[in-house]
Write a protein that binds this ligand. Sequence first.
Ligand SMILES: [Zn+2]
Length: 190
Amino acid sequence: MTDVEGQVKHEEQEERDPEREARRRIALAQIRQYPDVALKMTARPVEEFDEELRRLVARMKLLMEDASGIGLAATQVGVLQRLFVFHAAEDDVVAVANPEIVERSEETDVDDEGCLSIQGVVVPVERALTVTLAGRDEHGTEVRYELEDIYARVAQHENDHLDGVLIIDRTTPEARREALAVLRPRIGIG
Ligand SMILES: [Zn+2]
C-alpha cells in the first residue's frame, strides 16, 4: 500500500511511541479536515517570495513531519496559494511554489491513497507512474524534479489539492460511495 501523506501507519506508532502520536494529533488538529471549504478552493499563484512565504514553508514542513506525512499543500492549512511541501526523495523535503506537471508518463498505476485532510479513508487512485514537476522554491529559484513511483504519486496528490481536487474525486464511484458513507456520519456530529 502506498502511504501518501502517511496516514495509514499511525496505529502501530500509537503503540510504539505515545509522544510521537501526541505530536501527530496536535499537527492533524492544525490541518483542515474534510469537508472544510478551503479544501475545495482553487489556490492563487504565489507572487511574493518573501520572509512570510518562507515562514509558511517552515511551518508546513514541521506540520507534515509531525503528522507523519510525505506531502502537505497550502490549502490544507487554509492558505489559498499555489504551494506545497513534499518528499522529493526519502530524505529530501522541498517546497514547490506555482508547481506545474510539465510531463507525465502514459503508463499509470493504481494504488491506495490516504490524505491528511480525510482521516480514516484510503481509496484507490490512478496516477501517472512518472512525472516532471517544475516550479520555484521558497526563494523564487526555478526548480525541476523528475519523479517516479511514490514521489510522482505524492506530487500529483499535492498538485490536485491546489485545484480543490481530493482523492475521493479521483477514485472509483464505488470507493467514493464507501468513503462518503464513512465521512457523512461525522458531519454535523461534532
Ligand atoms: Zn491530501
